[in-house]
Design a protein around this ligand. Sequence first.
Ligand code: FUC
Length: 816
Amino acid sequence: MIARPSFYLFTILFLFAITFDGLAQKSEKLWYDKPAANWNEALPLGNGFIGAMVFGAPQEERLQLNESTIWAGGPNNTVDSAALPYIKTLRNLIAQKKFSEAQQLANTRLGPKGNSGMPYQLAGNLYIHFPAFANISGYSRDLNINDATASVGFNADGINYKREYFTSFPENALILRLTADKAGSITCRLRLESPLKQKLYTSNNNIVMSGISSDHENQKGQVKFNVLTRVKNTGGTIVADSTGISVDHADTLLIYLTIATNFVNYHDLSGNSFSRATELMDHAFNKDFSTLLKRHKDFYQSYFSRVKLDLGTSDAAGMPTNVRISKFSGGHDPQLPELYFQFGRYLLICSSQPNSQPANLQGIWNGDLKGAWDSKYTININTEMNYWPSEPTHLSELGNPLFNMVRDVSLSGTETARVMYGARGWALHHNTDIWRITGIVDGAFWGLWPTSNAWLCQHLWEHYLYTGDKTFLKEYYPVMKGAAQFFIDVLQKDPRQNWLVVSPSVSPEHEYQPGVSVTAGATMDNQLVFGLFTAVARAAGVLQSDKAFADSVLQYRDRLPPMQIGRYGQLQEWLDDVDSTTDHHRHVSHLYGLFPGNQISPFRNPELFSAVKNSLIYRGDISTGWSMAWKINLWARLLDGNHAYKLITDQLSPANDKGFESGGTYPNLFDAHPPFQIDGNFGCTSGITEMLMQSHDGAVYLLPAIPDAWKQGSVTGLMARGGFTIDMCWANHQVTRLIVHSALGGNCRLRLNRPLHDKKLKNASAPNPNVFYAVSTLKTPIIKPHKQTLTPTLPKSYLYDMATEKGKTYTIIDGR
Ligand code: FUC
């Protein structure tokens, strides 16, 4: 603990200043020497509510615009009122192992009812057309993720032009300033366009677009929206005509743009989009550029600057970002993973703000009327992955839109639980949208998965583990309990062992016989329900309420199947030992227990840990962007930093549409499934965090999976469960300096690969008394005869306890 200033302390602080200094100085920019030739080269700006993709062509600027509540259709749910008898028949068929028959029945009787969810849609485009420039030189276009601004600069015919853009957080407005180094040089024409049904109206310095979202799959488009553009010039003239605004020989031009809709919540569209957009506009328009910029930066940096990472640098950092991506695997560019890590944090700040919609499959950025998979919420992995980095990378408040969505579906999902499953509580399947649909979408093969509620609830519990926020836990306890009640009612006895299993279900999107996915007791389901029941029982304990329910939930938990290790030494994905060693399917659902779950530990259940490793080796590396991102996290949890790094290299390879299950990175650093899907960005940011620090397994594990490529570095501001903030430097793979800030107090147990000599530390002995670090005992796994090793070779580690007090900071340095 820092007690009082002393010469010694100043020396230490000086050393820290030196070591952490590089963190603040580095420029964190994506930059290019050409305008965007397509959408995947354009640069994303956003404030959680509006999004814009900046193309930056000198001749014609294009800003593709989004607003997070513009979705096709209107309030609806997709509950299948005829489902229950088929669900019951399916349970019997599965219990009798008539799997093909079960699949056949599911495919014909349990498809989507009405629709498969509505697509998220673009608002339109703002185009700014300039007169022909003859000679253009010195072009550059960048996105500065330190302050969430973009800029374009070039010289044309001897005049230097500059464009500066940001989507203001406090004003909820897009701001664009056009300047030139010669007076009277800004001549251009602005117009708004949208492929949605819309009307345009212009007056003085305003363009007003009024539009409505599309009809889709029998749902009438009901989201009304307004895009407002208003300009302010110095010098020159402005004239509005019926389709746009012309600016003639201005010195500077400021463009303000706001977007609003009639969306209030998933069942209420009574807002007035025009008055909302106008109010935002009036609020922004009375501020000048520098005031707007300062307010924007201050807001953004209050999130972004909480974490700094330094993995080193090289000359490669000076190259355009697209060139860096193409050279990454063969070169030395340690700052690119660092940029990618921070870009993930940037994207989360810009696509998920308190009371916004949660980040969807494309965050908030979608240029189409119907993007890939409708650019909605796929909740059998993708939406959850979007939020993996929020807690550990110190963006805890940004989980709020996800939690709001969970509350919504816990309401809309009660009908699904009651009508489709005859159960209490709430449930939904593998997708939802802004209308919070809860039925089966796409078809039973993919969609007959009722366990997403358990996964979503894990995010609620984890938020409590990081923040210790009991008010939050109390508010969300009924949501968690409702999900547990659903499973108490739907769990079926497996006829062979009397285990309780989710039936019917699937192991997300995967088959265990050609064309057969429907099953009972998939490993992921068992793990998710185990995690849910554990969290509900612990939450009840924390809140000192509902003891009878907590006890009963634990009794049900005891009757879930154990994990099983199959004939290839693999963790079985299904109750039967049917996995194949040549299966490279993108989903690795059964490995949930290792990550993001915490049931499988190298120290507590080494056989399961080894079985996960075998499974992951069989699955291979190359896959969709998000799948590779998941594997980075898994290899980090397998304590293999070099393998995790190898996957980062795969992810940071140029996206070239090599195939559906072959991801990479687009020039604008967006993840390629392909196509663009933002989960890979967030998943990789989370994976890098897991390589640096983990806190799920009874201790804060420092540098658990640091690759040879990152021999030295430093990071500040990572969050560990129990409210600990970690700053550290390392060299030669070993922590050399460590600062722990304790927000909640309690025992801080540290695990690291070197001994530490500091009188604040005591050698630790299990179990960790800090309740945020409680771990669960699993049933002994069933292990089938196999030839592979189940004995992991673990790196040597040292375990220490440090007593901490709430609000205090502790410094531990290299004692050698
Ligand atoms: C699931 C995945 C696909 C894709 C889609 C959005 O269906 O299996 O790869 O990510 O979600």
